[in-house]
Design a protein around this ligand. Structure first.
Ligand code: SAH
Length: 676
């Protein structure tokens, strides 16, 4: 239902946040856009003004809450002016070269490169005289949940051009996600029909992440401009399961069965494909020999079967690989080409919607030559936001359902409130929250499609655990207190702890604080935690990126990197990390001696949230000289951090919080390890 169809003006409809217990439809007015102004104020933590850019605070602006209207307003104590909308930030001085702004008049900083959207000035409503002003008590937004969204960033970056993707749009997202689901299905069918295997588990998601490392295309999700077109990661994962997927057998009988299944499958591939006669001969000979051994050997042990399998594999695999190479490459190519085709379709549909609003997607990304340093601000868009369709909001006891065209997505209420806070902190084009619900739906839809499974309570999906699992809250608290960390290099609006972070999807996450992909973040200074998803190519590219940043900046810069200690098959990224010239310290936490928060934390019950890690985790401190001086991993600080990883610490923290809700953070860290 769109706005014309239901015949109501936006004012007639319930606004966000809705009255409790209401099932309500959220919609919005036509959003011709104004360009959001880049927030650049120095982050300060001075009570209630913290929500405004420092620059605005300096100009006399404060933010208050109108009880009557139930929304924030802005009042300037110097001029007496009051506004419903966030005042526009005027051009700023450079926080590094001119921290006090004293050279500001002499050499004004160039304004941000402005794209050419339709400029409709902000509808700045004058606040009526009211008793709100009588005793302006700042309304502090209290957030239930373990996050600390008050932590101000200490991250400074080189300014970047706005992103060329279209604003979140439920209809486009539904279309894109349907195509991605089709692509995933097609991948499964190809693996099945051509190689007689299931698509290797999670390999499609890893392919998406691997492609995004090199993709320069125009879709935020579907890879569409990658070179090489054949993904080595997808190729290797398929090849690894040919002729069959090998698993660690439980019992001796399983080991025996697996050996004979492998032999059968190897033989059948060589006979049914166009293999080299010599290769066929070698495989046949080894397979026959294995069957003879199986027939005549009585009482073989588990290890005997496993050794025999290793031997057979070593003999046959090179011949198998050569025989199926072209066909496996064909699968990778077909999936990539389909993805390009789908991305094109999404682009056409996006442009057809934008056209109705007199807009068009930019043909190619903007190049940025700027070396201006700014406080790290959320991703901004090059073009305006079109009118969005209605998304239904249905609250329930602990969860809410957001429904668009019959597609209902669930989210725990505390997480919806978290998103509301993130939106308030980071989104500048929708101060009335009229686009909030459609944007939440779009983001949830993107992640649900990216997960490839329906996130439902109790769903124990290992992949989502691996690619979306987050550090426990106790760890984040300590990272902040002991090492000044204020930024996650890898996160989503659902699993972030801080209100500033990088994420996989600049477009649908930016309203909730995302600074885009970590690989595009040109950080100059700041203290970061990096807990990347498990994808070798992304992890390796990230370490390379960190090294470049550390090399280029004399400002204090620090990355605390966490990686799973998988030494098989080739831990390229981990080896890169361990051998970095910027490494200051390394510790390993053994498997089962620490926990993560489940990747479905936004829909699970509290009791299902903490998951023991089945792998060891390596923590490495990468710091330049000044970063090391400022956030040195001393024995005491590192021990304090390890302590916060101990299983059960988060539950303990929750219990303490219940007993004493006003308590600030964990009490476990000693004062003397703190840096601020
Ligand atoms: N923020 C939590 C969870 C990290 S899980 C923590 O730091 O512990 C890894 C996250 O990285 C996932 O949410 C995944 O979607 C995101 N991600 C994937 N590719 C990314 C990229 N290129 N840049 C930033 N984040 C990315």
């Amino acid at each position: 239902m769109n706005e014309e169809a239901d015949g109501k003006t936006p004012e007639d409809r319930p606004s966000w946040p809705p009255a409790e217990g209401n099932s309500t439809q959220m919609t919005q007015q036509p959003q011709h856009t104004h360009m959001p102004t880049t927030p650049q104020g120095a982050p300060v933590n001075q009570g209630f003004e913290y929500e405004l850019p420092y620059e605005l605070v300096q100009q006399g602006w404060k933010k208050f809450w109108s009880k009557r209207e139930n929304r924030p307003y802005f009042w300037n104590k110097l001029t007496g002016e009051s506004l419903w909308e966030m005042p526009v930030v005027k051009p700023q001085f450079d926080p590094i070269t001119d921290p006090l702004g004293i050279c500001h008049n002499a050499a004004p900083v160039a304004p941000l490169p402005q794209p050419a959207p339709i400029h409709i000035p902000l509808s700045v409503g004058k606040r009526r005289a009211s008793d709100d002003l009588g005793g302006p008590q700042a309304k502090k937004f209290v957030l239930a949940g373990p996050w600390d969204l008050d932590v101000q960033t200490n991250v400074i970056i080189l300014e970047r051009p706005p992103c060329i993707f279209m604003h979140s749009h439920p209809e486009i997202e539904a279309y894109r996600c349907a195509l991605l689901a089709k692509l995933r299905q097609c991948y499964q069918e190809l693996c099945h029909s051509r190689e007689s295997i299931d698509a290797p588990k999670d390999s499609f998601n890893r392919w998406l992440m691997e492609r995004k490392v090199i993709d320069t295309g125009y879709d935020p999700l579907l890879p569409s401009n990658c070179y090489p077109e054949i993904s080595l990661s997808m190729y290797k994962e398929i090849m690894n399961d040919i002729p069959i997927k090998l698993v660690r057998p439980k019992f001796t009988g399983d080991a025996r069965k697996q050996l004979s299944r492998y032999a059968e499958a190897a033989k059948s591939i060589m006979e049914s494909r166009n293999s080299e006669p010599e290769s066929r001969k070698v495989v046949k000979w080894n397979v026959d020999e294995t069957f003879q051994w199986l027939r005549k050997t009585v009482g073989a042990t588990y290890d005997d079967f496993q050794d025999r399998l290793a031997h057979l594999k070593q003999q046959c695999q090179p011949h198998l690989t050569e025989t199926v190479r072209v066909s496996v490459e064909g699968i990778c190519l077909k999936i990539y080409n389909l993805s390009c085709e789908y991305a094109k379709k999404v682009r056409e549909k996006s442009n057809s919607i934008l056209k109705e609003h007199g807009m068009e997607l930019p043909p190619h990304p903007f190049l940025s030559q700027t070396t201006r340093k700014v406080w790290c601000y959320p991703v901004q868009f090059a073009i305006g936001c079109p009118r969005l369709p209605v998304v239904e909001y249905v609250p329930d006891r602990d969860q809410a359902m957001l429904r668009f065209q019959g597609d209902a997505l669930a989210i725990n209420n505390t997480y919806l409130q978290k998103l509301e806070h993130l939106y308030r902190h980071n989104c500048f084009d929708d101060r009335k929250f009229e686009l909030f619900i459609p944007r939440v739906w779009t983001m949830l839809k993107r992640y649900a499609t990216f997960f490839g499974v329906n996130p439902s309570p109790g769903a124990a999906n290992a992949d989502v655990r691996d690619t979306q699992a987050s550090l426990p809250v106790t760890v984040f608290e300590c990272l902040n207190r002991a090492f000044g960390v204020s930024f996650e290099c890898f996160a989503s609006p659902l699993n972030c702890y801080f209100k500033q972070y990088c994420s996989a999807f600049a477009d649908c996450d930016s309203y909730f604080g995302s600074r885009g992909s970590f690989l595009h973040l040109k950080a100059v200074s700041g203290s970061f935690a990096a807990n990347p998803p498990y994808c070798e190519e992304l992890m390796e590219a990230s370490v390379n990126h960190m090294e470049r940043l550390l090399n280029d900046s004399p400002e204090p810069l620090s990355f605390i990197v966490l990686m799973p200690d998988y030494r098989e098959p080739t831990p390229t990224a981990l080896l890169r990390l361990e051998s970095s010239q910027f490494k200051r310290r390394q510790v390993t936490i053994p498997a089962y001696e620490h926990e993560f928060r489940h990747g479905f934390q936004h829909v699970l019950n509290r009791s299902e949230l903490n998951v023991r890690s089945n792998h060891a985790t390596v923590i490495v401190w990468l710091q330049n000289v000044s970063g090391h001086q400022r956030w040195e991993p001393t024995e005491e600080r590192v021990n304090a951090l390890l302590e916060t990883f101990r299983p059960g610490r988060e539950r303990e923290r929750d219990r303490q919080e219940l007993l004493s809700p006003t308590r600030q953070g964990s009490t476990s860290e000693k004062q003397d390890v703190l840096v601020h």
